[in-house]
Design a protein around this ligand. Structure first.
Ligand code: GLP
Length: 292
């Protein structure tokens, strides 16, 4: 999306996390997969491991498909890779359709050459009294692996990353959390009814996520546009965990055009500086005035 230098300066004042908008989600996923592959290959050449923080949901599936393709067609090896997933419903058995562990096996782990013991997903099967210790162990395993090099994130409509629901503190670590009503509504179709959606989940904390050396948050589709604007242009606040990414030195947001629709640069670019008016911009300006 081309901008004059005046507009570009204003965009960076409004957008407090670097944002890249791709024409289609597929293009975005290929670019993200390429960044991951570059890290894996660079580390392999140096005889080191690459540590990935992974997300579930529909958003990162295109990234996983592309990584599997690279494994098959380009011999990308995951032998030097460690992965830590963000979250898992609690309680939930790993064979259940909605289990994030099952999701990761079906979409990635079983299709590549990652050593099984290197791919961790929080355990939703533990007795509740063991969960706190388990969460500490999960954090320690991340540290033992050398910390996360690249953390992939989707974002929920509540602004959660992982399952860090509104109210999650910046310093929060891996823990058991109670799911927000909106999150359970969104998950209802996966569970064939909201009443079957677990009330809790184990999630990495905001602080765990912010410790990653690089963070890539992806969002596709118009239903994500309002929360993306709040996370990227709004004030940092614990009601929107994704807004904490504004304080990370190496975070980026990857969008398709639909998810960028509420950013000022798309919705009302005339607020950022001189624009070349065309029919579409005039229409948007009229709409913006009528909504005021
Ligand atoms: C769930 C997951 C999040 C994910 C979000 C969005 O809540 N815990 O990690 O980002 O869903 O899912 P989707 O990518 O399907 O929109």
């Amino acid at each position: 999306m081309p901008f004059s230098s005046l507009e570009a300066a204003s965009v960076s004042q409004r957008e407090k996390i670097p944002v890249q908008v791709y024409p289609h989600a597929n293009d975005a996923c290929r670019a993200v997969a390429q960044q991951i592959a570059d890290c894996i290959r660079e580390r392999a050449v140096a005889g080191k491991s690459c540590v990935l923080g992974l997300a579930t949901g529909s958003t990162p599936v295109g990234v996983y498909n592309e990584l599997v393709r690279m494994h098959q067609d380009e011999k990308l090896s995951f032998a030097n890779v460690f992965t830590f997933n963000l979250d898992e419903y609690f309680p939930l058995q790993p064979h259940e359709l909605q289990s994030y562990r099952r999701f990761m096996r079906e979409n990635l782990f079983d299709l590549i050459d990652i050593p099984k013991e290197n791919a961790l997903v929080p355990d939703g099967t533990l007795p509740i009294e063991q969960v706190a210790d388990y969460c500490k162990w999960y954090e320690a395993e991340i540290e033992k692996a050398g910390g996360i090099d690249i953390q992939l994130l989707g974002v929920g409509r509540t602004g959660h990353v992982g399952f860090n629901e509104p109210g999650s503190a910046k310093a929060s670590r891996t823990r058991l959390i109670t799911l927000d009503r909106m999150t359970r509504v969104d998950a209802a179709s996966d569970f064939f009814g909201q009443e079957h959606v677990p009330r809790r989940a184990i999630t990495m904390g905001v602080g765990t996520i912010l410790d990653a050396r690089k963070i890539i948050m992806m969002a596709f589709g118009e239903h994500k546009a309002p929360i993306i604007r709040e996370a990227v242009e709004g004030e940092i606040n614990s009601n929107i965990a994704a807004s904490f990414l504004q304080e990370h030195p190496n975070a980026e947001v990857i969008l398709d055009q639909a998810a960028s629709a509420n950013l000022t640069r798309v919705e009302s670019p005339w607020l950022l500086g001189p624009v070349t008016w065309n029919e579409e911009k005039v229409r948007k300006a009229h709409l913006a005035r009528s909504l005021r």
